[in-house]
Design a protein around this ligand. Structure first.
Ligand code: DGY
Length: 328
């Protein structure tokens, strides 16, 4: 639609740009509130120019984790914009400073996806530790010829160290599951969390390198920022014990992906359980071919109830921001 037709006319309903097609029940509360919905018709990332072309005059943007919300987009939207709701807990794709400087509220979806994401981390971890991909493939190919004392021997997790980087909501949920599997928990982060740590009987490790050295499983839960980008780089990968499994259900760029691929290729680590990648949806061919990995298409929060709860959070944030601004 040309820009001129998107600029609100006096008295017209506030417009909400939604960057993916979403189920009607998720959108209904916005329609019921009398808002005009401008919903993308393709379930694919919108090109930045296309999003900028839709933005002028919008009161709210409901975006996804692969939409870049930068100063250019905020300026394209103009002074009508009150809120950006992102369908994710991560906000690394949003220029928070630029939004604050323009008085635009940013809302994300914490809490409601914690368990689903930790479940996904554990599903992938167990798949690597117990070689489920290889076992499944063997059975599926019809090549299973009966029980064997030595076939597909995996790794025990009980009595091993689960090293968590970032004991926030998802890191803590990952750690609770680890305790249920009989693991010891150690964690690193900007500060200790004595209450969470007491519940988990977890040890705070102020030195990230020391945490990495002690890890049987290293699970990354830090938010992606310039200072956490590539926190697991070639140097730190070299500190991991050779049997260690790396888990990442956070953001791909927490890991230097080529360095991880090299460590796997050279057998310097035990495996990798990955829900996220540096350049999604691209996954390096060598990772695809590696036997000791479990890979998923960024589906940590992908359960029906979780996604509906995330949608409700976005809807509530949009309605609250517009009500406050007197536009809904
Ligand atoms: C998030 O919410 O940031 C997740 O990565 C999406 O599943």
């Amino acid at each position: 639609m040309p820009e001129a037709t998107r600029t609100p006319k006096e008295g017209s309903a506030p417009r909400v740009v939604v960057t993916r097609p979403l189920p009607e029940p998720w959108l209904a509360p916005l329609r019921d509130a009398g808002l005009e919905l401008d919903v993308a018709d393709r379930d694919a990332p919108m090109a930045p120019e296309a999003l900028q072309a839709r933005a002028p005059g919008a009161a709210a943007l409901w975006v996804q984790l692969d939409d870049r919300v930068d100063a250019a987009l905020l300026d394209a939207a103009g002074p009508s914009l009150r809120v950006v709701a992102t369908f994710s807990v991560g906000t690394d794709h949003v220029d928070l400073q630029a939004a604050a400087a323009r008085g635009v509220r940013v809302a994300n979806t914490p809490d409601v996806l914690t368990d689903a994401t930790a479940d996904q981390g554990w599903a992938l971890l167990l798949a690597v530790a117990r070689r489920l991909r290889e076992g499944h493939a063997l059975v599926q190919r019809g090549e299973w010829d009966g029980w064997s004392p030595t076939r597909l021997l995996g790794t025990d997790l009980a009595d091993r160290t689960l090293a968590i980087v970032g004991l926030g909501r998802i890191g803590t949920a990952m750690a609770h599951r680890g305790r249920a599997f009989g693991m010891r928990v150690a964690y690193h982060g900007p500060r200790p969390h004595p209450e969470r740590a007491a519940e988990l009987d977890a040890r705070f490790e102020p030195d990230l390198d020391a945490l990495v050295r002690s890890a049987d499983v290293l699970s990354l839960h830090a938010p992606l920022t310039p200072s956490t980008r590539h926190l697991l780089d070639a140097r730190r990968l070299a500190l991991l014990p050779p049997h260690a499994i790396v888990v990442n259900v956070g953001r791909g760029s927490l890991i230097d992906e080529p360095a991880l691929v090299a460590a796997l290729r050279e057998g310097r680590i035990g495996g990798a359980a990955l829900d996220v990648f540096e350049h999604e949806p691209q996954v390096p061919a060598e990772l695809l071919a590696a036997p000791n990995v479990a890979l998923a298409p960024h589906q940590g929060s992908a359960t029906r109830a979780t996604r509906a709860a995330m949608a409700a959070r976005c809807v509530d944030a949009i309605l609250a921001a517009l009500a406050e601004g007197g536009t809904a």
